[in-house]
Design a protein around this ligand. Structure first.
Ligand code: DX5
Ligand code: ZN
Length: 221
C-alpha cells in the first residue's frame, strides 16, 4: 500500500478556535495540516496568511504544514510562509511569471515545493520542472471555497499525473484537493493519488477521529 497521507484543510475549521481545532484534528490521526491561503485576487475569497501559520507553530504544532497558495503573485508569500514555518508550499503556475524560479525559491528556503493545477488546466507546466517538484496537487474543485462537489474528470487527470510521475522515476507526491469524502477516497486513490486534502468531510463530522479512520479503512480496502 502506498504511504498515504491525510491532510485536513483548516479552511473548514472553526477559525475562532483554530489552535484547538488543529490540535484536535492531529490528535484524531491527521498526518498534515493543509493551509489554504486566498487573496481575493487569484481567487474570489480571502483567508489566512503567514502570521496565522507562525501562530500555529508558536502554539506548538509540529506536524507538517502544507501551505496551498491561491495568491498572485507568489514570491513574497513564499518568503513569508517559509519564515513562518511552512513545511511545503504549493502554488498555481499561472500565478507566477517564472515558475521554475519560484520553485527554486521555495526549495532554497528549505521547504518542499509543488505546483497546483486547476480543474481545466493541463499538466504541461509540470513537464519540464519535474526535477524541482516534491509534489503535484490536482484541484478537483475550482479553488476558493470548501464544501464543493468533486469534479469526476479529475480521475482521468490523476491517472495522467500518476503516469507522468512514475515515468519520471522521481519521488513526487500526488495530492488531491476538493470534494474528497469517505465515499470517493478509494476511487481517487485507485486513480493514483497518495495525499488527500479533506476539509468539510472531516471538520463537519462530530468525531474527527472516526471521520479520518473511515477514510483510512477505505484506503486499506
Ligand atoms: C479550496 C481549497 C480546499 C478546500 C477543500 O480552494 O483549496 O483545500 O478547503 O475543502 P473540501 O474538502 O470541503 O472540498
Ligand atoms: Zn487547498
Amino acid at each position: 500500500m502506498p504511504d498515504y497521507k491525510i491532510a485536513p484543510s483548516i479552511l473548514s475549521a472553526d477559525f475562532a478556535r483554530l489552535g484547538e481545532e488543529v490540535d484536535a484534528v492531529l490528535a484524531a490521526g491527521a498526518d498534515w495540516v493543509h493551509f489554504d491561503v486566498m487573496d481575493n485576487h487569484y481567487v474570489p475569497n480571502l483567508t489566512i496568511g503567514p502570521m496565522v501559520c507562525k501562530a500555529l507553530r508558536k502554539h506548538g504544532v509540529t506536524a507538517p504544514i502544507d501551505v496551498h497558495l491561491m495568491v498572485e503573485p507568489v514570491d513574497d508569500m513564499i518568503r513569508l510562509f517559509a519564515d513562518a514555518g511552512a513545511t511545503s508550499i504549493t502554488f498555481h503556475p499561472e500565478a507566477s511569471r517564472h515558475v521554475d524560479r519560484s520553485l527554486q525559491l521555495i526549495q532554497s528556503l528549505g521547504c518542499k515545493a509543488g505546483l497546483v493545477f486547476n480543474p481545466a488546466t493541463g499538466l504541461e507546466a509540470a513537464k519540464y520542472v519535474m526535477e524541482r517538484l516534491d509534489m503535484i496537487l490536482l484541484m478537483s474543485v475550482n479553488p476558493g471555497f470548501g464544501g464543493q462537489k468533486f469534479i469526476p474528470a479529475t480521475l482521468d487527470k490523476l491517472r495522467e499525473a500518476r503516469k507522468l510521475i512514475d515515468d519520471s522515476g522521481l519521488d513526487i507526491r500526488l495530492e488531491i484537493d476538493g470534494g474528497v469524502k469517505q465515499d470517493n477516497i478509494a476511487e481517487i486513490a485507485a486513480a493514483g493519488a497518495d495525499t488527500f486534502v479533506a476539509g468539510s468531510a472531516i471538520f463537519s463530522a462530530d468525531d474527527y477521529g472516526e471521520a479520518i479512520e473511515a477514510m483510512r479503512r477505505e484506503l486499506a480496502r
